[in-house]
Design a protein around this ligand. Structure first.
Ligand code: URA
Length: 467
C-alpha cells in the first residue's frame, strides 16, 4: 500500500512543504496536480480532495518566492504531462523531432524549419519527421496557427490518426492542441497571469515542457528568446530557463538542446498572418535578401535538429549549416511545404502564386516616415508587435477577430542608416477598421524606433546554445 493510500494527503501539507522549501513527494505532487484539474470540475471532484482557488494561488506564490528543487521541477512537469490526454505518435515511422519557441515578433520560424528539416533522413535511413503542436497569438506575439489559416482551406484541427497518417506520408504536420493536453497548465497559467507569478522559471519551464512531453517526440530543440519583444527580458533569465527545460527533457530520457536568441528587434520584416506566410514562400523559393536574421535562427535551430537526428555531431555544426543551405537552394523544402498544405486541406497553388493569399489593396499600404536623420539604434519589438495588433493582425482580447490580410513590413533594422522622410516601414491597413486603431498603429510603430546620431554596435542574434 503506498503512503498516499495509507494516510490521506492534505492540501495544507502540500502548501506547507512549498512554503518551507521542502520537496514534495511524488504522491503529494500527483495529489496537487490532480486537484488543480479537478478544481475546475466540481462534477467529478470528491469533496475531500477539491482544492480551492485561493489555495492554488497561495501555492503559486510560494513557488514564485521559494522556487522548486530541480527534482521537483521535473516531477511537476512530468505529473502535469501525465494528468491529461496523450498524443500517441508510436505509429509514426521515423525520428520525431520537435521545436518550440518562447515567441516574439516576426518569428514565424516553424513552417520554414519544418519544411527544411523534414527533407532529411537519419544515417540509418529513417525519415526525420516533424510533429509540431503550435499555438495561437495574443497581444504583441503572432500565432503560427493563425498565420497558416491565411492559406485558403488550411485546417489546423487534426485528429490523432490524421496526424499519424500525414506524418507518415509527408514527414511534417503543424496543428493545434489535440484533446485536453496537460489541462492543469491551462488553469495554473490563467491564475499565474493574475497573481504576479508568471515569471517564475520553474513554473514557465513546467508549463512549456509538460505540453512538449505529451507530444511524444524523440527529441526537441527549444528556442528561448530574450530582449524587448520576448517574455524573458534579461539574458541571464533566458539562459536559466533554457537550462531548466533541457534538464527536464533529459531527466525524461529525451534528446534536447536550447538556443537562446535575441528578440531585441523584430526577427524578420513581414509581420502579420498572410504577410508572414508570404515571407515563408519567398524564403522557400530561394530569396535570402532581407531575411538574413530570420534565416540565421532557422538554420541554427535546424542544425540542432540534425544533430539530434544523428546526422552530425555538436562539433560539426558548420557542416550541418552548409548542408541546410544547399538543401534550401534545392527547393526540396518548398515541395515539402506544398505537400503539407495539400495534406491539411489548403490550396497548394499559393506556393507558386502568393497573390492568392489575403492581401490589402495597394492604396492601403501606408508608409511610416522617419522624422530625423541618423541610425536605428533600437527597435522595441513589443511595440512593433502591438502596432500589428492595432492593425488587426493579432487579438487584443481572446474574443477579437483577426484580419488575415493586414500587418506591417519593417524597412529599417538596428544599425541601418535612416534619412528623414524615408519609410521605416509600411503598414498594410484595412480602411474599414476603426480609424483611431489604424492611427494608433502608425504612432506605435514610429515610437518603437530610437533614432540617434551614432551607429550602434552590431547586435548579437544567437546568444547561447545549451546541450
Ligand atoms: N509559454 C507557455 O506555454 N507557458 C509559459 O509559462 C510561458 C510561455
Amino acid at each position: 500500500m503506498d503512503a498516499a493510500a495509507a494516510r490521506p494527503i492534505t492540501v495544507g501539507e502540500v502548501l506547507r512543504a512549498v512554503r518551507d522549501k521542502q520537496p514534495l513527494t511524488p504522491a503529494q505532487m500527483r495529489f496537487f496536480v490532480r486537484g488543480v484539474v479537478e478544481h475546475t470540475r466540481k462534477d467529478i471532484a470528491p469533496a475531500d480532495r477539491a482544492i480551492d482557488v485561493s489555495q492554488l494561488a497561495a501555492w503559486l506564490m510560494a513557488v514564485r518566492i521559494q522556487g522548486l528543487t530541480p527534482d521537483n521541477t521535473v516531477l511537476l512537469t512530468k505529473t502535469m504531462a501525465e494528468e491529461g490526454d496523450q498524443l500517441d505518435l508510436s505509429g509514426v515511422n521515423g525520428e520525431k523531432i520537435d521545436k518550440h519557441s518562447t515567441g516574439g515578433v516576426g518569428d514565424f520560424v516553424s513552417p520554414t524549419l519544418a519544411a527544411l528539416v523534414s527533407t532529411f533522413t537519419t544515417p540509418e535511413g529513417r525519415p526525420i519527421v516533424i510533429p509540431m503542436m503550435s499555438g495561437r497569438g495574443l497581444g504583441h506575439t503572432g500565432g503560427t496557427l493563425d498565420a497558416l489559416e491565411a492559406i485558403p482551406g488550411f485546417c489546423v484541427s487534426l485528429t490523432q490518426s490524421q496526424i499519424v497518417t500525414q506524418l507518415n506520408r509527408t514527414g511534417l504536420a503543424i496543428f493545434g492542441q489535440t484533446g485536453a493536453i496537460a489541462p492543469a497548465d491551462k488553469i495554473l497559467y490563467a491564475l499565474r497571469n493574475i497573481t504576479e507569478t508568471i515569471d517564475s522559471i520553474p513554473l514557465i519551464a513546467a508549463s512549456i515542457m509538460s505540453k512538449k512531453l505529451v507530444e511524444g517526440a524523440d527529441s526537441f530543440v527549444m528556442n528561448v528568446t530574450t530582449g524587448s519583444g520576448a517574455f524573458m527580458k534579461e539574458l541571464n533569465d533566458a539562459v536559466v530557463l533554457a537550462r531548466t527545460m533541457v534538464d527536464i527533457a533529459k531527466a525524461e530520457g529525451r534528446k534536447v538542446s536550447s538556443v537562446v536568441s535575441s528578440m531585441d528587434q523584430p526577427l524578420s520584416p513581414m509581420i502579420g498572418n498572410a504577410l508572414a506566410v508570404k515571407q515563408v514562400l519567398r524564403v522557400l523559393s530561394g530569396e535570402t535578401r532581407g531575411f538574413e536574421r530570420y534565416l540565421t535562427v532557422v538554420m541554427e535551430l535546424s542544425a540542432h535538429m540534425l544533430v539530434h537526428g544523428g546526422l552530425y555531431t555538436q562539433g560539426q555544426m558548420g557542416l550541418a549549416h552548409n548542408d541546410l543551405i544547399r538543401c534550401l537552394a534545392s527547393r526540396a523544402p518548398q515541395n515539402k511545404f506544398r505537400q503539407m498544405i495539400e495534406a491539411q486541406g489548403g490550396d497548394p497553388t499559393v506556393v507558386d502564386d502568393p497573390s492568392k493569399l489575403p492581401t490589402v489593396d495597394e492604396r492601403n499600404i501606408v508608409p511610416v516616415f522617419a522624422e530625423q536623420d541618423g541610425f536605428a539604434q533600437a527597435i522595441d519589438a513589443t511595440q512593433v508587435g502591438r502596432a500589428a495588433m492595432f492593425l488587426g493582425a493579432n487579438k487584443e482580447k481572446p474574443e477579437d477577430v483577426i484580419d488575415l490580410a493586414v500587418g506591417l513590413v519593417v524597412n529599417k533594422f538596428v544599425g541601418d542608416a535612416v534619412r528623414k522622410g524615408e519609410p521605416l516601414g509600411w503598414l498594410h491597413m484595412n480602411p474599414d477598421r476603426d480609424k483611431a486603431k489604424n492611427g494608433l498603429a502608425a504612432e506605435t510603430f514610429l515610437r518603437a524606433y530610437t533614432i540617434g546620431a551614432v551607429a550602434p554596435a552590431p547586435p548579437g542574434l544567437i546568444l547561447a546554445s545549451i546541450w
